[in-house]
Ligand binder design. Structure first.
Ligand SMILES: Cc1ncc(COP(=O)(O)O)c(C=O)c1O
Length: 407
């Protein structure tokens, strides 16, 4: 029988497993705005709405590319000048890299998606930190694979629990995801932990997915590429212009595939998949060359601004009864934890905070923590004055929530 004209077009089952709380939660914020309340959007890690600006020489590089007619498709891996700039940047950090092993992508995100797609069969598993950046778990679920969470520990500055990690490997484990500096916790891993993670991945024959998008935003200065610790390890490094170069909307990213021949087949697979999506945005590829070979003085100023905001955020949140917050050492996120009354979840707290005060954060379970643990993620890019105002609101709400005076 033909379906009735009103029958909805069906949605694939895999969509239900694809969740990205950072943006999904905006629906709730819009309702609060529609009811007339101002919302402080502390959910998305984008410096631009908070007044940070893209370096002018990068803007000029894109404008010039457009003016000079570089508006066509590029080769799928990206233009050579930009791939060379990425390779030179790795070399300058001590890790000689072949531009033919660099692929330009639509942000770090596309590099992650291409890699997981090229790597995983349904039923394979991937070691992912908890809390994690949720794109990993969303894409892994979409591919019918399994995210196996290794703990990172708030009592040890959110460092990975290597003992727990060691219990998770199965014959189907294919990769280890390392995000350093970390979103959502702001952790920066010491060298001995980084070395242990690389050795662990090698011992188990795993691809190491090194998410280094915040590599230049550790407050003590740039973190060296993970691959530097063992240039023959099976490491792929990912980064972009989104964070440390203040151009997230340009979708200009790259991935650098380690030199080991063990990665050659995967690289061939990646190139094949990259052909299918044609290329990353062309004019923005020119900005990669400008960014990596030009003036980076904005980064020192940005790091200073971030450290100041991290300090305000953690000091103010730790002063609230019932909240504890590990001090971030890089990036622009903190992952505080509120001691919840029995029966309440992180989502109850976050949605209550939003509806009562207009402060939008994201519940920790959107990053893989247990709902009853009471974690939530705060983006602290707002000005110091705004952060103080926001922390006043959080303090007031938390007192009422923990006293059971909120819905
Ligand atoms: C850890 C991490 N990886 C990747 C991304 C995606 O960044 P991009 O804009 O380069 O796709 C983000 C964005 O917030 C992130 O926090």
């Amino acid at each position: 029988m033909a379906p009735e004209i009103s029958t909805p077009v069906p949605v694939a089952d895999r969509v239900s497993g694809f969740s990205y709380a950072i943006r999904n939660i905006v629906v709730e914020a819009r309702k609060v705005e529609a009811a007339g309340r101002r919302v402080d959007y502390l959910n998305i890690g984008d410096p631009i709405p908070f007044g940070f600006t893209t370096p002018p020489h990068m803007v000029e590089a894109v404008a010039r590319a457009m003016r000079e007619g570089d508006n066509g498709y590029t080769p799928s891996p990206g233009i050579l000048a930009a791939r060379q700039a990425v390779a030179d940047d790795f070399a300058a950090r001590g890790l000689p890299t072949d531009p033919d092993r660099v692929l330009l992508t639509s942000g770090t995100s596309e590099g992650i998606e291409l890699t997981l797609t090229a790597l995983l069969n349904a039923g394979d598993d991937v070691l992912v930190p908890t809390p994690t950046y949720p794109l990993y778990t969303a894409v892994i679920a979409k591919l019918g694979a399994v995210a196996s969470y290794y703990h990172t520990d708030p009592d040890r500055d959110w460092l990975p629990d290597l003992d727990h990690l060691a219990t998770l490997v199965t014959p189907r484990t294919r990769a280890l995801v390392v995000i350093d500096p970390n979103n959502p916790t702001g952790a920066v891993y010491p060298t001995e932990i980084r070395r242990a993670l690389v050795a662990f991945a090698e011992r188990h024959g795993l691809l190491l997915i090194a998410d280094e998008v915040y590599g230049d935003l550790a407050y003590d200065g740039p973190v060296e590429p993970l691959g530097l610790l063992d240039p023959d390890a099976a490491v792929i490094s990912y980064s972009s212009l989104s964070k440390a170069y203040l151009a997230p909307g340009w979708r200009a990213g790259w991935m650098a595939v380690g030199r080991t021949p063990r990665l050659d087949n995967l690289l061939t697979g990646l190139r094949k998949l990259a052909d299918g999506r044609l290329c990353s945005p062309g004019p923005m590829q020119h900005a990669i060359t400008a960014a990596l070979s030009g003036d980076r003085s904005h980064q020192a100023a940005f790091r200073t601004a971030l450290e100041e905001r991290a300090e305000i955020t953690t000091t103010r949140l730790n002063a609230i009864d019932g909240i504890r917050c590990v001090r971030p050492r890089g990036a622009f996120y903190a992952m505080p934890q509120v001691t919840l009354p029995p029966g309440r979840t992180d989502a109850d707290y976050v949605l209550g905070l939003l509806r009562s005060t207009g402060v939008l954060t994201v519940f920790g379970s959107g990053f893989g923590t247990v709902p009853e643990d009471g974690c939530f993620r705060v983006v602290f890019l707002a000005s110091p004055a705004d952060l103080h105002r926001i922390c006043d609101l959080v303090a007031q709400f938390t007192g009422e929530f923990l006293a059971g005076r909120t819905a």
